[in-house]
Unconditional design. Structure first.
Length: 174
């Protein structure tokens, strides 16, 4: 009986070691490995040595990871910083300045459908026509078109309007 117990322990050790190695090599299959480890574990002095065959899909190349169904976490700067830098780098020698304010403050600013940050903000832009959209924290919106000339400094202040009614009244008699 001592030999059988020792063999069972070795079997469990080898199985768990193999599963751990597979887990490190293929993290996408962690769920299947955890289930298999649970099926071959030792519990309350008894061994449930259930053999399971793991069928994994062939591993994909690193280039195929971009086609993942999951969102990839970005290690770079936030989108508003990237968008603002792109606008400022494109400004050139004839750059214009646009000071943007809104009521309520801290509203999101979108320049030509690209998020650039929150109000108040000073942007350095190339001369030209831009569509500036605002989105408030309580669904307020606003939009205005701006045409900047070379070396111009302009202030844009906009009061946002509520997209949905903020006050509900009921007729008398209800």
């Amino acid at each position: 009986m001592g030999t059988t117990n020792r063999q069972n322990r070795i079997l469990v050790f080898v199985t768990l070691f193999s599963l751990t190695a597979l887990l490190c090599l293929r993290p996408a299959n962690a769920q299947a490995l955890a289930e298999t480890a649970g099926a071959t574990s030792v519990s309350a002095g008894t061994t449930a040595a259930v053999a399971k065959t793991l069928n994994f899909a062939p591993s994909k190349s690193e280039n195929a990871s971009a086609a993942s169904q999951h969102l990839q976490a970005s290690a770079g700067p936030p989108p508003q910083v990237v968008n603002r830098r792109a606008l400022e780098e494109h400004a050139g020698r004839d750059a214009s300045k646009l000071l943007i304010r809104s009521t309520p403050p801290a509203s999101q600013i979108w320049i030509d459908d690209k998020f650039v940050g929150n109000t108040p903000m000073l942007l350095v832009l190339a001369p030209g026509k831009y569509r500036v959209s605002f989105r408030g924290s309580r669904m307020e919106t606003g939009e205005q078109s701006v045409d900047l000339l070379p070396h111009e400094t302009r202030e844009l202040a906009l009061s946002l309007s509520a997209h949905y009614p903020t006050k509900v009244t009921f007729p008398k008699g209800i």
